[in-house]
Design a protein around this ligand. Structure first.
Ligand SMILES: NC(=O)c1ccc[n+]([C@@H]2O[C@H](COP(=O)([O-])OP(=O)(O)OC[C@H]3O[C@@H](n4cnc5c(N)ncnc54)[C@H](O)[C@@H]3O)[C@@H](O)[C@H]2O)c1
Length: 339
């Protein structure tokens, strides 16, 4: 297939693109490259990859021509970024995705996959399924929910939109994110022997390894259209719903030198435990990796000095830096450059 991946140089995209190339697909990455092109450097000369530096809010629709599938992973990708800039979050994560799905449909792509998030469930006590009414509590979560509501009804016999609500991701990626819970715990544990734990530690959250998340996308793209058209799938694992404190203890137990826990923040207002039965029974999706695997691989990479730990790996802090540097944030300068 010819697959367009928006945000393809991001944390998830940089794991997905190599998988798509290995499966024989032709891949176009449409990305502002806010975190640089380095995450895809290894593939820059690959004969089936095309890198397009542009913005989903105003890019030329011709980049969609000839694409058979579009994976939409461009976003300001967490709650702090949404709080920092609610309007841009809505513009990119909601309006940008609606624009992307429209352009995909108009260009004749048959598949559109929205990378949504389980965070849209907010604070709820029961085990949450795709039928549970979302209660998004943050701008980031609201934009995901709005994007689902506008893109999924575009379903038609020739156009197959699907939303995957990912658990919180973890694990090594060529665009590393240490602002994600498990990754940040490993960084703290290895570098300072203190694992940062968000108060009060009883909040529930589902987790998923980033390479498993990328594989789930490939599985949705390969599923018969009738089974995923206009539908939502929670993507994660029932076994990886964790309360944050036991998760921190699990990470600690897999590090070479035992760290202590260090509490931070105000008590988290988000808590959700999610059922992943639909993805398991209908798509046959089960994750193969765990937070323990991530603790080991990230610790190894840190000790080998093989992973960036700089400002770029703390998403909201990096965006603040870009906003303070008008040249870096200049949309005209970055527009429409084919790399
Ligand atoms: N990481 C997680 O835990 C997680 C969990 C659930 C859902 N998701 C979803 O997965 C997707 C990818 O997240 P990620 O963790 O890879 O984030 P990321 O921040 O690492 O990557 C996002 C990418 O989008 C690009 N981008 C941002 N705005 C753009 C724009 N206007 N035009 C073009 N490109 C733009 C950035 O340059 C970056 O490469 C997002 O939709 C996110 O909501 C992620």
């Amino acid at each position: 297939m010819r697959v367009l991946v928006t945000g393809g140089a991001g944390y998830l995209g940089a794991c997905l693109v190599p998988q798509l190339l290995a499966a024989g697909h032709e891949v176009t990455v449409l990305d502002r490259f806010f975190f640089g092109t380095e995450p895809l450097a290894e593939y820059a000369q690959h004969p089936r990859i095309h890198l397009v530096r542009d913005d989903v809010r105003w890019c030329d629709g011709r980049v969609f021509e000839g694409q058979e599938a579009v994976v939409d992973a461009a976003a300001l990708s967490n709650d702090p970024a949404g709080a920092m800039d609610p309007w841009r979050t809505r513009e990119i994560n909601y309006l940008g995705r609606v624009r992307t799905s429209r352009l995909a449909r108009e260009a004749g792509a048959s598949r559109y996959l929205l990378t949504s998030s389980c965070s849209i469930y907010g604070f709820q006590d029961s085990i949450l399924t795709e039928e549970t009414t979302p209660e998004p509590l943050t701008e980031y979560a609201r934009a995901n929910w709005l994007a689902e509501q506008d893109t999924l009804p575009m379903a038609s016999p020739s156009f197959c939109p699907t939303a995957v609500r990912f658990a919180t991701l973890y694990g090594l990626s060529p665009r590393m994110r240490f602002d994600l819970a498990v990754n940040g715990m490993v960084l703290g544990g290895v570098r300072t022997h203190r694992i940062p734990v968000m108060k009060d530690g009883t909040q529930w959250r589902p987790f998923l390894h980033v390479r498993d998340a990328a594989r789930a996308i490939s599985e949705v793209l390969a599923a018969p259209p009738g089974s995923v058209r206009g539908r939502v799938f929670n993507v994660g694992s029932d076994e990886q719903n964790f309360q944050v404190r036991p998760l921190a203890e699990l990470v600690a137990a897999h590090l070479r030198e035992p760290p202590t826990l260090e509490w931070y923040g105000d008590p988290d207002v988000r808590s959700y435990r999610v059922s992943f039965a639909r993805a398991r029974s209908e798509l046959g999706f089960t994750p193969s990796l765990t937070p323990a695997d991530a603790a080991r691989e990230i610790e190894q990479a840190l000790r080998a000095d093989a992973v960036d730990t700089g400002l770029r790996t703390k998403t909201v802090e990096w965006y603040r830096h870009l906003l303070s540097d008008p040249a870096a944030a200049d949309p005209v300068r970055l527009r429409g450059v084919v790399l």
